[in-house]
Design a binder for this molecule. Structure first.
Ligand code: URA
Length: 253
């Protein structure tokens, strides 16, 4: 088990500890403490300010709690929400999360409002930084539906590193043609890129005369979008998924 899962805690007030653990809001947990439902090392604890360290066993109604500093969620982002933590006008990916999550979660990188698919939500700034750092070249794979016929020349152009516009020359990217419909003049393709510039996939296809009409991220590094996760839903990362992600960013043990 990686040390980013489980206890990572210095001395902390009992009420904050319980609120961080999603036992309830700060005032709800104070009430639970007053009612004697919280015990520390076997003794009922009625002081919300009691300091808790890693060595302490905290029990809620007799059940042992394990402190988690970091939370990692896989979201299948739906269209129509923005990749931000808060916004006065538009719904954000964080608004999609139910109760009982840490308050400091944020999305790792951005997908356009109309892009769907894999988005990692966490409060682990170091992992986020490493996944997004241009130096690390973490692969991102997208499934795209296109207006236009993708050709072998496009595959070669993507491979060679496309001059997209005056601002962007894309690094070599892998383009795989999945299907083509001549009568409908449409294509399906998968693209893997190692950078993440603004509207990158849409701009790359536009540079070869095709329009992206549907875009879904299906992979980021080792993390693969769970095919059983419906759009708009999320789940915690499995421990094996997290282990591999941490290893590939050199954060594993
Ligand atoms: N490229 C795009 O054009 N849009 C996205 O949301 C992600 C990659």
């Amino acid at each position: 088990m990686t040390d980013r899962v489980g206890k990572q805690m210095k001395n902390m007030r009992l009420d904050k500890y319980l609120a961080d653990m999603k036992v309830g809001t700060r005032s709800e947990v104070k009430s639970l403490i007053r009612k004697g439902r919280i015990a520390v090392n076997g003794e009922t604890e009625k002081d919300p300010g009691r300091k808790i360290g890693e060595e302490d066993a905290v029990l809620f109604d007799g059940n042992l709690l394990t402190y988690e500093t970091y939370e990692y969620l896989m979201l299948n982002k739906p269209a129509g929400v923005i990749s931000a933590t808060e916004d006065p006008r538009q719904e954000t990916v964080i608004d999609l999360l139910g109760e009982g999550h840490r308050k400091d979660l944020f999305p790792v990188g951005r997908l356009d409002i109309d892009t769907v698919g894999l988005l990692l939500i966490t409060n682990d700034g170091e992992l986020s930084h490493r996944l997004l750092s241009p130096k690390r070249h973490v692969d991102k794979t997208y499934y795209a539906r296109l207006d236009g016929i993708v050709t072998e020349e496009d595959v070669c152009a993507f491979q060679a590193g496309l001059e997209v516009d005056e601002e962007l020359t894309a690094q070599p990217a892998e383009l795989r043609i999945l299907s083509i419909s001549e009568p409908e003049h449409t294509s399906e393709a998968e693209v893997t890129i190692r950078e993440g510039k603004f509207h990158q996939i849409k701009r790359m296809f536009s540079a070869v005369g095709k329009e992206v009409v549907y875009l879904k991220r299906i992979r980021m590094g080792s993390l693969i979008l769970d095919p059983d996760l419906p759009e708009g839903e999320y789940r915690p990362l499995k421990e094996a998924e997290l282990e591999v992600l941490l290893e590939e960013t050199n954060m594993g043990r």
